[in-house]
Design a binder for this molecule. Structure first.
Ligand code: E4P
Length: 229
């Protein structure tokens, strides 16, 4: 499973990229607004830090302007994936961009029917929003399972399921269990994935016992090296 981080905060992206576990980044107009920065500058800097796909979303709703915006965004870096909304015009734009071999992430997906349309339009990624479905009393994960199952029926569907609107580690794990290809995760949730109280407790105990021995692995290595010389 690939991990993307869902943010336009460069400091967070740099920090998480240093873990070596980050495969890409997703942004949206709200996240760009939150960053308070110029969109093209932010996208260019993110693309410098993360070599994987970096989703940058068009803000027009008509095909002609979406394509013009996509051209500008694509020119920023070769790893930009153009994000388009799941509307008839978004899917027309998707098809044209895919014919030009540009990566496309179709966003704001809330049904399996929409996901089928996106795959037919050749989307590189489909972004179903699990958290926002949970928010209205539905089970977002059911949609992920449904889309993965449908896509698996067709060899010619190459669209990757990119689980979006993730609210906690359970969304990531449940998505992995049903075979979603990518999870785009807010920075705090990505950090939560590391945590388990028994890991911290176990490490404290190991380190305490080790300290009581007075030993040092590196000192012992140096002693062995000195003895061999
Ligand atoms: C996806 O790419 C979106 O940026 C994102 O996951 C939306 O999540 P939200 O529902 O937390 O805003």
């Amino acid at each position: 499973m690939k991990f993307f981080v869902d943010t336009a905060d460069l400091a967070e992206i740099r920090d998480l990229a240093a873990t070596g576990l980050l495969d890409g980044v997703t942004t949206n107009p709200s996240l760009i607004a939150k960053s308070g920065r110029n969109m093209l500058d932010v996208i260019a800097e993110i693309c410098d830090v993360v070599p994987g796909p970096v989703s940058a979303e068009v803000t027009a709703t008509d095909v002609e302007t979406m394509l013009a915006e996509a051209e500008v965004l694509s020119s920023v870096a070769s790893n930009v994936a153009i994000k388009v909304p799941l509307t008839p015009n978004g899917l027309k734009t998707c098809k044209t961009l895919r014919d030009r071999d540009i990566l496309v992430n179709v966003t704001l997906c809330f049904s399996a029917a929409q996901a089928v349309l996106a795959a037919k339009a050749g989307a590189s990624f489909i972004s179903p929003f699990v958290g926002r479905l949970d928010d209205i009393g539905l089970r977002g994960l059911d949609l992920i399972e449904e889309i993965v199952d449908i896509y698996n029926q067709y060899d010619n569907f190459e669209t990757e399921v990119l689980v979006a609107s993730i609210r906690g580690p359970a969304h990531v794990i449940d998505s992995a269990r049903v075979g979603a290809h990518v999870a785009t995760v807010p920075p705090n949730v990505l950090r939560q994935l590391y945590q388990h109280p028994l890991t911290e407790k176990g490490l404290d105990a190991f380190l305490k016992d080790w300290e009581s021995t007075g030993q040092s692995i590196l000192e012992q290595a140096n002693q062995r090296k000195d003895a061999a010389e």
